[in-house]
Structures are given as C-alpha cells and as structure tokens.
Design a protein around this ligand. Structure first.
Ligand code: ATP
Ligand code: MG
Length: 484
C-alpha cells in the first residue's frame, strides 16, 4: 500500500482526486489480499493529458492504453512478496457512455465527480470506490450485495441492459467467477432484453465468454443464459442439447447431455481452449442421432435434430440410439461458432481439431498399445496430442472407458519416446543422395516413395531409429528388391 500512497499523493498534491475503483475494490471488499491484486484501476478528475503529465513528472513510466478513451497506464514495481509489479490504469471520470451499435469502443464523455463515474458502472459490486486512507465509498451498497452474494444493477435494470446489452453476458461472467446470483429484477431484464445482444460487437461477446467458460461457477452462469434466452441468441447449438436424452427413446438410457456439459465445463478449469471444447463437445449429437437398426418401414428421412417424432413409434427389438460421427460434426460446427465469435484462426483450428478427435486418446490401452501405436497416435494428432489427452481426462468422470484409460501413462510414454529420439521418424541427412549413388536410383517420385516407406517402417516398428546409414541402405535395398 505504501507504494500506492505515492500515487495518491501525486494526484492530491496537484489538487486532483484519485480513487481506486472497479474489480480491485470489489475483490478487496470480498477479502482478497493486496498482494493478490495484479490490475488496479483508478479514477480521477484530472483530464487524460494532465494525468499523463503528473505521472511522468513523478517519475512513473507511462504506456499508452488509449488516451482518447481517457486512460493512461503505468506499471508500479516493488517487492514480489507484495505482489508487484502491478498494472495500474488511471482513467478520467466518465459520465454515461454509449456503445455505437456493433462498435467495440464506447463513445467517451468525461464526468466531473466520482459519483457520476460510479453511477455509470454496471453492478453495485463493481461501483465501489476506495480512497487513499483505504476507506470505502459505496453509494450503491455494493458491500451489502457482496454479503448477499447478489448482482444488482446500478439504476434501472431494463434501462441499463438496453443501454449496453453486453451487460447480460457480464452478469453471467460474474456469476461464473463469483458464484453470485442476479436479483429478480436484473434477471427479468436480462430475459426481456436478451435479443439485444445481437446489436453487440462479437469481439465483446468473446471477451466475456472467454472469462465465463473459465469461471469456477460456469454451470450456473450457463443455466442463467439458457433461462433468459441469451444462450439461444449467441449459441443456439447448445440449446439443442437441452432435453436431448428424452428424444433418444431406444436403447440404454442416455445421460442428461446438457447437465453433463455443464459439469464438464467446470472440470475444465482455467484452460480457455479446453473449456470451450468442454462446452461444445456434444453439439454434434442432436444432428447425428440415429436409431440402429432402423426398422424397415421408416417412411423416408424423418430424423431431425429437434423433433420428438424423429423415430418410428416402436423401435425394433434391441434398437439403440447412436450418434455416428458426432465428434466430426462438433468440429465442423465449431468452425462456424469460431467465425461468429471472431476467434483467431489458430485457436479456431485448434479447438475444432480437439473436438473432432475428442475420443482419440481414451482408446488408449496400456497392454495392447506398443510403441508403434503410440507413434501412430502422435502422428495422427498432428501436434495436438497433449490437448487431445487433456480432453480425454476430462471425460473420465462421465465415461468408464475414459476413466479406465491410463492417460498419464500414455503421456509418459510419449515423453520417453520423444526423449530417446524414437517418436518421430527422421532419417540421416543426405540419405537420398546415398540411395542415388548406391542403389542407382534417379531423383523423382520413386525415391520419394522409398523414403516415405522407410519412415513408415520406423513408425510401425519394422525398422529401428538412429541406425547407421549403412543399415538404412540395406533396408532400402530389400525394399527395392520387393522383398519384405
Ligand atoms: P475482472 O477482475 O474480471 O477484470 P472487473 O470488474 O475488473 O473484473 P472489467 O471488465 O475489467 O471487470 O471492468 C472494470 C470495471 O469497469 C468494472 O468493475 C465496472 O465497474 C466497469 N465496467 C466495465 N464494463 C462495463 C460495462 N459494459 N458497463 C458498465 N460498467 C462497466
Ligand atoms: Mg478488470
């Protein structure tokens, strides 16, 4: 706190106000320690240029956050034991801002007082200020709501959500993070304004959803989104999972896929990509649902994702519902979701791959998989084997097959093979040239095929790793002679 006193004095000595605001004050009021806070937001009545000058004159190195939005940034350094360095952003008081439809940035207008600044904030728990003495200024009883574990709008909820509908996702995001519930008026307003989310820039959807999926209470947040219809607006693919098991009348009873999804997301913890995969792993099921065997008198293609009448009234004896290729379907659907949410391309490809291969690791069997099978797995996973294994572990609690697969054992074997240079086939440099000289081959497709075959033989365990050049030539000779 001492290092921060100097920051307060920097502003006070120039006759300006400065308050700590936003998430840091909320977290402190909830009992977080100073050391645990990394990002500190301050509000001041100094205009942005003046804040910049005051900070620089006092020797703070500033960085640009967006001075046109009123914010100046600096990093305060200090002992690591007290949680330094801390990222500090000083923002000029704002009055109510508007987001132009679909824009990522607000239209900013500056305000005159801390009261004005606090009243434009979203929820009471986020509208508390703290002064240099560490005293709270809490005009909306944010601390009362913290005690009640409640999210309450500052002002009229219907107006506040209409003004910036992203706040509907922010409700869910803070539910996921804190485990708080919105009060009845706020939830009703979210229900009423859910479709207004369509006005909002998708990048802003993604920012909030990235935090939501990683939250320890993500399940209650997702249920809130489903109840208020917001989930149907941003992720209709998930809504189709609700009640799906009741539309699978034949065969062994199916789990409640939606409930299973909610638990899986929470199990995924703070790994963002894994959490998205956990959320969307089952979205291919409604669209691949198939009754097997189909009775012969099915009158044409009547299966569909949502309808109750998708099956013949009386399934054949012993018929079961299955979901052929639902993983590939989920991978495909994720590409569309990623475009909608403006995921970057590498992340989109990564999560889509994990979804398409979500069950690839749980087939692992320590007894029947030799080194060749382990190598094949790694090759087929195309650089994504760690993520696919992590996803397989996530399935453990919901599926005996996954629970029984020793996936830590698989990871250990991959590591050991990698360390001993026996994971990915690599041939000695210049081997192609040797083949040309010693076997009388010409450069071209035949030579290429020969080299591929040798790598395949290493992968399959028919040929060792790290052999002498002579051994590879001898092996190539047998291949050329057409002998095994
Ligand atoms: P976290 O610790 O998860 O970052 P935070 O409270 O700091 O939580 P931010 O999204 O970083 O959340 O926003 C900082 C503060 O700015 C909030 O506490 C809130 O007071 C205000 N705020 C942010 N976005 C909005 C919004 N869309 N409408 C109203 N106030 C907002
Ligand atoms: Mg923040």
């Amino acid at each position: 706190m001492q290092l921060l006193q100097r920051l307060f004095e920097t502003f006070h000595n120039a006759g300006r106000e400065l308050y700590l605001v936003g998430g840091a004050v909320r977290d402190l009021a909830m009992g977080a320690s100073w050391e645990s806070l990394d990002d500190l937001d301050f509000a001041t009545n100094a205009l942005p240029r003046e804040s910049l000058e005051l900070l620089q004159k006092a020797g703070y190195r500033t960085y640009d956050v967006g001075i046109e939005f009123g914010t100046v940034g600096t990093i305060i350094r200090g002992p690591a034991s007290e949680g330094y360095p801390k990222d500090v952003q000083v923002t000029t008081y704002r009055s109510k801002e508007k987001y132009r439809r679909g824009s990522r940035h607000p239209v900013v207008s500056f305000g005159d007082s801390i009261d004005e600044d606090l009243c434009r904030r979203d929820f009471s728990i986020n509208s508390i200020a703290m002064d240099a003495k560490g005293d709270y200024y809490d005009p909306y009883d944010g601390r009362g709501d913290i005690n009640r574990r409640t999210l309450r709008a500052v002002g009229d909820p219907l107006e506040r959500l209409a003004e910036d509908p992203l706040r509907i996702l922010r409700i869910a995001r803070f539910m996921a993070k804190l485990g708080f519930e919105p009060d009845a008026q706020l939830e009703h307003a979210a229900y009423a304004k859910a479709t207004y989310l369509l006005e909002i820039a998708r990048q802003r959807w993604l920012q909030e959803m990235n935090k939501l999926v990683c939250g320890p209470h993500a399940a209650m947040a997702l249920e809130f989104l489903a109840r208020t219809r917001a989930l149907g607006v941003i992720l209709p693919e998930l809504v189709a999972l609700v009640g799906l098991e009741r539309r699978c009348p034949a065969g062994p009873s199916h789990p409640d896929f939606w409930a299973q999804t909610l638990k899986r997301v929470e199990r995924a913890g703070k790994d963002r990509n894994l959490s998205w995969a956990a959320l969307l792993a089952d979205v291919g099921r409604p669209w691949t649902r198939t009754l097997e065997p189909m009775s012969e008198d099915v009158p044409g293609p009547i299966l569909s994702g949502l309808s109750q009448e998708a099956y013949p009234q009386e399934p054949a004896q012993g018929a079961v519902t299955s979901f052929p290729h639902h993983q590939l379907m989920a991978g495909l659907m994720f590409k569309g979701i990623a475009r909608r949410f403006h995921f970057d391309n590498p992340t989109s490809d990564h999560v889509s791959f994990v979804l398409s291969h979500q069950r690839a690791a749980i087939g692992y069997d320590a007894h029947s998989w030799g080194d060749a099978e382990v190598r094949h797995f790694v090759r087929d996973m195309n650089g994504e084997h760690e993520a696919v294994i992590a996803f397989g572990k996530l399935l453990g609690p919901e599926e005996p097959k996954a629970a029984n697969a020793d996936l830590d054992g698989l990871a250990a074997r991959i590591k050991a093979l990698g360390e001993s240079g026996q994971l990915v086939p690599e041939l000695p440099k210049g081997l192609g040239g040797q083949f040309i000289q010693q076997l009388g081959l010409k450069p071209g497709p035949v030579l290429g095929e020969l080299i591929e075959q040798i790598k395949q033989d290493m992968l399959d365990g028919r040929l060792g790793f790290g052999l002498d050049v002579e051994d590879y030539i001898a092996h190539a000779r047998t291949l050329c002679l057409g002998r095994p």
